[in-house]
Design a protein around this ligand. Sequence first.
Ligand code: SAM
Length: 193
Amino acid sequence: MFLHLEPSRAQISDLNKRLIGFYKHVRDLPEELVNGIQGVATRFNATDMDDKKKFYLGLRSDFNETNPDSLDSSIGVYSLNKLCFNGLYRENAKGLYNVPFGQKRTFPEVNPEDFFEISGLLQSTEIIHCTFSEALKSAVSGDFVYFDPPYVPLEGTLIRTGNAGGSRPWEQGWRYGKPETERVADCSALHPR
Ligand SMILES: C[S@@+](CC[C@H](N)C(=O)[O-])C[C@H]1O[C@@H](n2cnc3c(N)ncnc32)[C@H](O)[C@@H]1O
């Protein structure tokens, strides 16, 4: 939506610290980010077919050791997304990324220009780690608000209860429950100032 609208002023938020870190690095350090990703791509492509899964698992376990604000975390967010099964982002109850290898043979082509272009678009964008409800507090009448929430069932009441062991967001303890769904759906929360 952001890339489609290309707003001159915007705020982007999410509850996932690593995703927020990634967006910030795209905005602030696109060259360093691309260089890091290209380094992973080069090493992955040079790895023997039989060892690619091992490479992925090493990348995943290193990623889980990184600080979510670090450049290495953001390099991991992108690289794992490209190499994992179905481009999923999933964490276990301990908060560790645990998506299996996607059986890729080569790392998908990385186009530095895409990163530089998106970095340019993000220059006047505030990037914030917070919940949907918290993000709404700064919205004023006339603002355009777009939510891209996890796919929860309508009857969902799942507020951070831990990991139920499944592959769906609401089985992974995402802090997104019915009360928040209702608050978000309630446009009166967009109080005019
Ligand atoms: C379908 S994904 C969309 C991700 C992001 N918009 C993108 O395109 O990269 C759903 C997102 O909702 C976030 N999320 C879940 N519960 C949330 C909450 N209560 N407040 C804010 N974000 C939440 C997750 O961290 C996840 O990144």
